[in-house]
Design a protein around this ligand. Structure first.
Ligand SMILES: [Cu+2]
Length: 175
């Protein structure tokens, strides 16, 4: 079980370099999955509960152009992420998350907040504050407001190493 998971993570890391290169040509981060939304324009609120390792609900339906307010709650015992993106984006993001685990930022059921704010020496930190995602400790909840600008191949997913592979992702269906 463990060996096969390590293999999957390694495989996704080697493919993600190509995914990042491809992403640079179509607008980079966030392209293809929509854009940050305004809470005042949200048509409804969807509560998403995160468990070890799955979401409830496991899929959602939206209309093209719809802005949705997600209320994300971590009801599991591990750190989980709710991230809206294309499968390629998730694959690329899994490499960053792997680094966060290697640096001790994500420790099972805890986040090292001091480490998250630290400058990595290149002006970037591991803060993980992209508008399309939240990273939560057990018991925490936060909202994500997202506009599904147009139809696309979009999933919400947890990119903590091993979680996506264990099935922690859900489909966004367009009506
Ligand atoms: Cu997870």
């Amino acid at each position: 079980m463990k060996a096969s998971k390590i293999f999957l993570v390694a495989a996704s890391m080697s493919m993600s370099a190509a995914a990042i290169a491809a992403g640079a040509h179509d607008g980079g981060h966030g392209a293809g999955s929509g854009e940050p939304g305004k809470a005042s324009e949200a048509s409804r609120t969807i509560t998403v509960e995160m468990y070890d390792n799955y979401y409830d609900p496991e899929e959602i339906s939206v209309k093209p152009g719809e802005t949705v307010r997600f209320m994300v709650e971590n009801k599991g015992k591990l750190v989980h992420e709710f991230n809206v993106g294309t499968p390629d984006m998730h694959e690329a993001h899994q490499e960053e998350m792997m680094m966060m685990v290697e640096h001790g930022v994500i420790q099972g059921g805890k986040l090292n907040h001091d480490m998250m704010n630290m400058d990595m020496g290149n002006g970037h930190s591991m803060k993980h504050d992209d508008p399309n995602s939240v990273l939560l400790e057990p018991g925490q909840s936060k909202e994500v407001v997202w506009k599904f600008s147009e139809k696309g191949n979009i999933e919400f997913a947890c990119n903590v190493p091993g979680h996506y592979q264990a099935g922690m992702y859900g489909e966004v269906n367009f009506e």
